[in-house]
Design a binder for this molecule. Sequence first.
Ligand code: NDP
Ligand code: 8X3
Length: 252
Amino acid sequence: MNKTAVITGATSGFGLAAARRFAAAGWNLVLTGRREERLAQIKDELAQASVLTLVLDVCDTEAVQAAFSSLAAPFNQVDVLINNAGLALGTEPAQACDLAQWHTMIDTNIKGLTTVTHALLPKLIETGRGASIINIGSIAANWPYPGGNVYCGTKAFVEQFSLSLRCDLAGTGVRVSCLAPGLSESEFTLVRTGGDQEAYDNLYKGAHAIQPDDIADTLLWLAQLPAHLNINTLEIMPVSQSWSPFAVKRDQ
Ligand code: NDP
Ligand code: 8X3
């Protein structure tokens, strides 16, 4: 029987690329996102696979709980949950940030991810051995940078939550991984900058950034690992990206 993956945020970037990869590998898919038209396009494109699309805002707790408690066959046995929906808003220093944007990042990247996880945990535990939760973290969790403030904080939560979940799920057979990419080319940057195409072009120019297909390949690899293996945290950067010295602000 085909396995089923639930992918949040499947309307673009990593989630869309993963949907294509998993469909090509024969998985059943539950794909979610807020943009209905895009979900309809993806369903058409992946017509060879069993695909259920759910228009779902991960910040809407009741809608998430209702959608995942009423999954019908073949989608009611969940093998893999990819908690991918997320966003960054703004690149300003903390003292210049918009509080509403901070709250949206917390609501989406932390509360939304935990709501989806809570709703699907019983099904994943029912599946047991070989089931996986793969949370999309970021290098931003461990490598702070100016303007990262709350976004970095949300991704640090994702990494710690992933590790802590492993402790609680010991004995259930359910695996938990945190996949933490670095500079990756996707709509993420347009969302973050409020649609600034020039900022997008400048960020990715000459950087040979990670592509969504690279992350999709890694996600499928994680999902298909032998059931006795758990990758805890996996950090990926493009070769062009590395670290700088600490900043030291000197008196003039
Ligand atoms: P995209 O902007 O291309 O994709 C983000 C996805 O999240 C979209 O499908 C969007 O769907 C969905 N989403 C956002 N908010 C919500 C919400 N409230 N409810 C449901 N779905 C939502 O970006 P990426 O593919 O790059 O990002 C995917 C994940 O990877 C994010 O968690 C991001 O933080 C993380 N990441 C990205 C990196 C990068 O450099 N690009 C690097 C490291 C991590 P819709 O708008 O239709 O709701
Ligand atoms: C996104 C990567 O470096 O823009 O999580 O924070 S970064």
